[in-house]
Design a protein around this ligand. Structure first.
Ligand SMILES: NC(=O)c1ccc[n+]([C@@H]2O[C@H](COP(=O)([O-])OP(=O)(O)OC[C@H]3O[C@@H](n4cnc5c(N)ncnc54)[C@H](O)[C@@H]3O)[C@@H](O)[C@H]2O)c1
Ligand SMILES: [Zn+2]
Length: 404
């Protein structure tokens, strides 16, 4: 490992609590926060699946008043965020609890931010626009995917402009990330697959990002992302190995608790890595693709991942060879270039085994949309600058064409 000559930093949730049945200790956790009134931000599917009760009970048991915002939705719109914020304004919670996949956790994060600083979600879109600490926030993931429980991001869908937008600030990192793998057991196979390959994308994009030493942040601009660094590498390596060993199993058999443990830990490690190092071209392209087709974030990323790996191969051959090994490929006797190829084929095979679409046309994308997608993605400089190989709008179009 190279120890960089530049200064780099690492941020995550203030406290991290991990393990089966961790949720049963939520009462003690909120007691330490001296909270009296919680707003639980979640969605109808999780209410019906009985997951919400597992979280509400310990909160009630600790003597808290609990209000529930139950109208979360996948890939949440600005409108959903405004509704959650309106309820928070009415009930004035002293702790916000995000329960769900990335979608609900992101709603909880922006709710806690607006509760403290006023305004509308739109005011905070972009990098580092939240002015200070936000209301105490606990995030409890029910998918093994986004890493939002430790990340500095909230992603919302701007339905008018058909694109996902990111709000990035270290103030958005939760006070507490409570990760209980048992809460993911009720995830259907498709949600397990989509969110799991999103986590793999986070780990691979962080592991192959541009080095911190050459991170091209223009003077005067701030970003939570800073390029590749040693702690990011450690977390990303572990995440790739955990996801490689467990994602197929978790999709094939949702009751496989060991696989659920491995995925829950792998996804959070991937979140710790990417939310400091950055994500890159896969995510930049998924924003317009997901905004227009309404495919899940994970399905869009999983589809695009091998095509972007191919584009980045010349800049990161050594890292791709390491990824092949981490994914369990036997690369003994192969040249570095041949081993690196195996990383791409291993991801393609994993993608097929868990049922992620492989072509943009399968999502209903039309040829004439490719250039506008490339132009939109080219505008997302804060993540494009993380990519190990500089990209032009023409490169982005070429990648989309290869995935079409
Ligand atoms: N903030 C970040 O750092 C970050 C990172 C990556 C992605 N994202 C965003 O997160 C969102 C995707 O999140 P996701 O992949 O976790 O999926 P999701 O939150 O959209 O959930 C997908 C569906 O699965 C259901 N579900 C979730 N957990 C379940 C469970 N245990 N049992 C039964 N059903 C369950 C949900 O109710 C929902 O209907 C996107 O909006 C994406 O852009 C955010
Ligand atoms: Zn993602």
């Amino acid at each position: 490992m190279t120890i960089m000559r530049t200064i780099w930093t690492f941020h995550t949730a203030t406290s991290f609590i991990f393990g089966r049945d961790a949720v049963k200790h939520l009462g003690e956790v909120v007691a330490r926060l001296r909270a009296r009134r919680a707003l639980l931000v979640t969605d109808p599917v999780l209410i019906r699946a009985g997951v919400v009760d597992k979280v509400r009970q310990p909160l009630l048991g600790a003597g808290l008043a609990v209000d529930v915002f139950g109208d979360g939705e996948p890939e949440p719109s600005m409108r959903a965020a405004e509704q959650a914020i309106a309820l928070a304004g009415k009930v004035q919670p002293d702790v916000v609890v995000g329960l769900g996949g990335g979608s609900n956790m992101d709603l909880a994060k922006i709710t806690a931010a607006v509760l403290s600083h006023g305004g509308k979600p739109h005011d905070y879109v972009g990098d580092d626009r939240i002015p200070g600490p936000i209301a105490p926030l606990i995030c409890i993931p029910t998918t093994a995917g986004t890493g939002s429980e430790v990340s500095a991001a909230t992603v919302l869908t701007d339905t008018e402009n058909q694109i996902k937008v990111g709000i990035l600030s270290n103030y958005l990192r939760p006070r507490i990330a409570l990760v209980d793998p048992l809460l993911t057991v009720s995830c259907p196979a498709k949600v397990t697959a989509d969110s799991g390959i999103d986590a793999l994308t986070h780990a691979i994009e962080a592991y192959t990002a541009v080095d911190n030493e050459s991170f091209p942040l223009p003077d005067g601009e701030r970003s939570v992302y800073q390029g590749r660094h040693p702690l990011g590498d450690i977390l990303a390596e572990k995440a790739i190995a955990l996801i490689g060993a467990n994602l197929r199993r978790a999709v094939a058999s949702g009751q496989d608790l060991e696989a659920r443990d491995g995925m829950a830990l792998g996804a959070t490690f991937a979140g710790m890595a990417f939310s400091n190092v950055g994500v890159a071209v896969v995510h930049a392209l998924e924003y317009p693709v997901g905004g227009a087709t309404h495919c899940s974030h994970g399905a869009g990323n999983g589809l695009l991942l091998p095509y972007v790996m191919r584009f980045n191969m010349p800049a990161r051959t050594r890292e791709f060879a390491a990824i092949a090994r981490l994914l369990g490929e036997d690369v003994s006797g192969l040249s570095e270039a041949a081993a690196a190829e195996r990383a791409i084929t291993a991801v393609e095979k994993l993608r097929a085994d868990i049922g992620i679409p492989t072509r943009l046309r399968d999502l209903g994308v039309r040829d004439e949309q490719l250039r506008p997608f490339a132009d939109k993605a080219f505008g997302i400089k804060r993540i494009l600058r993380v990519n190990p190989r500089p990209v032009t709008a023409d490169d982005l179009e070429a990648i989309l064409r290869s995935a079409f």
